[in-house]
Design a protein around this ligand. Structure first.
Ligand code: ATP
Ligand code: MG
Length: 179
């Protein structure tokens, strides 16, 4: 057994991953903003969080995966249009967000939340606000973009990620819309 798998807890979240070509396109577009504040999120970490689980006993991961698998039966393939650049002041985050969240995304998140209820992982669930974080510790106005953002995040699956030392690793994933 390696060092990592002996860890009793893992920091977990469900998310939509961003395709490599799209990561590149978004990072390139971000570069053109010439940000003077914040720490840019590495492009390899671009994602859209569906549900944050926090610290989870590794013994429960198999059951969490079973519960997540039951969600996909109703879930459709979906596209999120990231067309709004925004600053979340309290969080100090520069984010790309959809002006309009697609109903299929909201349904997926709702179903995931329901599926995770029995695990009692969250004290105070936050309102779901879909976003992709571009920079953290961002303390400045919304930067002017020459080219308005319009990135089509197409998701044909969702995944359970482990967050460890600033990097993410997919532990399991489930197809969307394959029924
Ligand atoms: P770091 O915290 O190491 O700077 P990070 O924020 O990317 O990096 P995590 O804190 O593990 O890594 O977060 C993973 C994902 O879960 C991110 O999308 C983050 O925004 C989200 N997240 C973290 N904490 C919460 C929370 N309390 N509620 C909702 N989402 C959260
Ligand atoms: Mg964090």
């Amino acid at each position: 057994m390696n060092e990592e798998s002996r860890e009793p807890f893992k920091r977990l979240f469900f998310a939509l991953d961003c395709a490599p070509a799209q990561r590149k396109a978004i990072a390139q577009w971000r570069g053109a903003l010439q940000l003077r504040s914040g720490r840019p999120v590495p492009a390899e970490n671009f994602h859209l969080t569906l549900k944050f689980l926090g610290s989870v006993d590794t013994a429960r991961i198999a059951d969490i995966c079973d519960a997540a698998a039951s969600v996909r039966t109703s879930a459709e393939r979906l596209t999120v249009v990231l067309d709004r650049l925004d600053v979340w002041r309290r969080a100090g985050a520069l984010v790309l967000a959809p002006q309009q969240a697609p109903p299929a995304l909201l349904r997926l998140v709702y179903d995931l939340e329901q599926a995770m209820l029995p695990f009692g992982l969250e004290d105070a669930p936050r309102e779901f606000r879909p976003h992709l974080t571009l920079a953290r510790d961002y303390r400045a106005p919304v930067p002017e973009s020459v080219e308005p953002p319009e990135f089509f995040l197409r998701a044909d699956r969702f995944a359970l990620f482990e967050s460890h030392k600033g990097r993410y690793r997919a532990l399991a994933e489930w197809p969307l819309g394959s029924q």
